[in-house]
Design a protein around this ligand. Structure first.
Ligand code: ADP
Ligand code: MG
Length: 451
């Protein structure tokens, strides 16, 4: 039998056995692409439908195919749009809020498809300390009631401090509670790439509908929207569609919205509509807890001096902290050694080398961030004390770390007069001895630069 005819027969039967809403939502725009003895391929308009057919309706489809004389070893669902001028219809299907299917066709899940999520990121294996407890609590609140309280949630902070882990944990937890939820995790880079492809191959409706139809949309590293006007516009519409539908948006970034360059004002303002949380670098206790827990996961209890040594060795980036730990554990295992302090220092003692290159911009950003002021303030004309001091500290660090000339330092901070730079550097030089706040600030800012 021809694919089209056969599939019509199958659909006809399915229509009788599921609710009207389920049929329209999940089956109406499907078709049969391939029919062989071993394999049947069904074309579906988008990933949600694919997911739903795989998870809930695979048995029903298999049974109905069999009634029509086809018993393939495998049924595949493939995202496939029919070019017969029906994009509007597809979009309206996508725009609907997940109508819960009223009938489940068995429990066999052929393929546990979770869009973009990695199951290894869970709340259970996330260690909570003072630096991340607020973010952790907000994420848990979202799982309890997505789309209500913190919408959007905007998490920002440095590299390797657990942003991706936490926001993915939300997605996994939402799905664990409600397997039908449409949870989409996407890195901004992927979003950008798909957008570009959609334009190039003119499959715009799929792209837009997919993201706009999510119940929980998680967008990682949104700072990569900088300088991409068209994509910011698309993202703006995506954001609105989801927010207006009281569905949940979670965003991560390495900097606060106000510091993302060339971010459209309307997006910037939306990003702070809900809740923004500055995730701090993990403190010493948290770093120790992370090391201890991860070592225990390998069945090893590390002596405290080793834990402390590692926690001091890597101070901000937890990914690097894990790396150092893994290096140590592998070394000890291969040579059948106990991970003593002596072994650890001889192996990792020289690891802490300074990164090759730190830019003036990074120093200024770090300083602004430390004082929780915006780049436009530190670079701008304001003379308030809480702006002037950070600016002077930044100049001091530019001098002490990069050995820049005073005219260059002035220019980096958007100033013409280099005598201000000389004065500032001298002032902070003196104060860093007398004033413990300034001294500590400088240490912290440098730590973040170098680790
Ligand atoms: P970011 O997205 O902020 O750059 P990630 O979420 O990718 O950082 O975290 C880097 C690594 O550190 C991941 O392997 C993650 O599982 C781990 N990690 C980060 N924070 C924690 C934490 N609090 N507890 C346990 N593991 C963590
Ligand atoms: Mg990340």
């Amino acid at each position: 039998m021809q694919e089209g005819v056969l599939w019509q027969a199958v659909l006809g039967e399915i229509e009788l056995s599921v609710s009207r809403a389920s049929y329209v939502t999940w089956f109406k725009n499907t078709h049969m692409i391939k029919q062989r003895d071993d394999l049947v391929v069904i074309g579906v308009p988008n990933v949600f439908i694919k997911q739903q057919l795989e998870r809930k309706f695979n048995d029903l489809i298999a049974a109905t195919l069999e009634k029509n004389g086809l018993k393939p070893a495998r049924i595949e669902y493939k995202i496939h749009t029919v070019d017969n001028g029906k994009p509007a219809e597809e979009e309206s299907v996508l725009a609907q809020h997940t109508p819960k299917s009223t009938r489940s066709a068995g429990s066999a899940i052929t393929h546990n498809y979770r869009q973009g999520l990695n199951e290894r990121y869970t709340f259970d294996n996330f260690i909570v300390g003072s630096s991340n407890e607020l973010a952790y609590a907000a994420c848990q609140a979202i799982v309890a009631e997505p789309g209500t309280k913190y919408n959007p949630l905007f998490l920002y902070g440095g590299v390797g401090i657990g942003k991706t882990h936490l926001i993915q944990a939300v997605g996994n937890a939402v799905l664990a509670k409600n397997p039908d939820a449409r949870v989409v995790y996407v890195s901004t880079e992927q979003f950008v790439q798909e957008f570009v492809d959609a334009l190039r191959y003119k499959k715009n409706t799929d792209f837009a509908g997919f993201y706009r139809g999510a119940d929980v949309l998680i967008v990682d590293d949104v700072q990569f929207l900088a300088g991409k006007e068209k994509i910011q516009e698309e993202f703006f519409h995506t954001f609105n569609a989801i927010h207006q539908g009281n569905r949940q948006i979670i965003i991560s970034s390495d900097k606060p919205p106000r510091d993302i360059p060339t971010l459209e004002e309307r997006l910037r303002s939306r990003f702070v509509w809900g809740m923004s949380i500055d995730m701090q670098n993990p403190d010493f206790e948290t770093r120790c807890a992370i090391i201890q827990t991860k070592a225990q996961n390998h069945g090893i209890v590390l002596p405290s001096p080793v834990v402390e040594y590692l926690a001091n060795l890597v101070q901000t980036n937890i990914r690097e902290l894990e790396g150092a730990l893994n290096q140590l554990l592998a070394f000890c295992e291969m040579r059948d050694l106990e991970p003593s302090l002596a072994v650890t220092t001889s192996l990792l003692g020289s690891v802490k080398t300074r990164p090759k290159h730190i830019s003036a911009r990074q120093i200024i950003e770090r300083t602004a961030r430390h004082y929780q002021i915006g780049m436009e303030d530190i670079m701008g004309p304001k003379r308030d004390k809480d702006i002037v001091v950070p600016r002077q500290v930044a100049m001091y660090i530019l001098r002490s770390e990069l050995h820049l000339s005073f005219p260059k330092i002035a220019r980096e901070l958007g100033r013409k007069d280099h005598t201000t730079a000389i004065h500032s550097v001298e002032k902070i030089e003196k104060e860093s001895v007398l004033d413990s706040d300034i001294k500590e600030a400088i240490i912290k800012i440098k730590e973040r630069l170098y680790v």
